[in-house]
Write a protein that binds this ligand. Sequence first.
Ligand SMILES: Cc1ncc(COP(=O)(O)O)c(C=O)c1O
Length: 203
Amino acid sequence: MNASTFTTRFRAAMMPTVPSPLAMLSHGKGARVWDVEGTEYLDFLGGIAVNALGHAHPVFTRAVSAQAERLAHISNYFASEPELALAERLTRLTGGDAVYFTNSGTEAIEAAVKLARRTGRPRILSLTGSFHGRTMGALSLTGKPVLQDPFRPLLPGSSRSRRPSRRSRRRWPTTSPPSWSSRSRARPVSSTCRTATSPPREN
Ligand SMILES: Cc1ncc(COP(=O)(O)O)c(C=O)c1O
């Protein structure tokens, strides 16, 4: 399939919630991915830094296949051993008390907002130009009016702070949530990403 066929099919079948994809990928191996026309890319994105596991690694493939052969989706009325083992491992590695699994970044933001509300703090501060997701709560924190305007009114109590300059960022106070270890400190950071095709391989 060539790029223009793909774009036509994509626009016909998908709701226009995001811009057209940069490429139609066919497969990957390690840190490389290929599009349907055979162009090779170096995958620096890792699902926007979500799954930096590479592609088609045999250990990953075996683990996913083994689980798919045993048990698929079971809702939150039930639990399974791998889910519990992962939660226990994450609490061990992070020093946190407990784990809450979500299906997406936007749900993680929603959970953080709800957690803050449970502590009685009604106001949420985020940075201008930031992106936090597309559900209503996360969108309320996203500092991009172009994404927010079509969906107003947004969640009350959210406000934006200007992105700190490099110099002022050094002076920003770090925060230590009370239940974290004294060595854990969080600083506001922002990120953007770019994509580029890889240069020809030299071999
Ligand atoms: C910083 C940040 N927060 C939240 C999200 C939302 O994640 P998701 O697309 O998994 O809902 C993204 C997605 O790009 C993100 O970059």
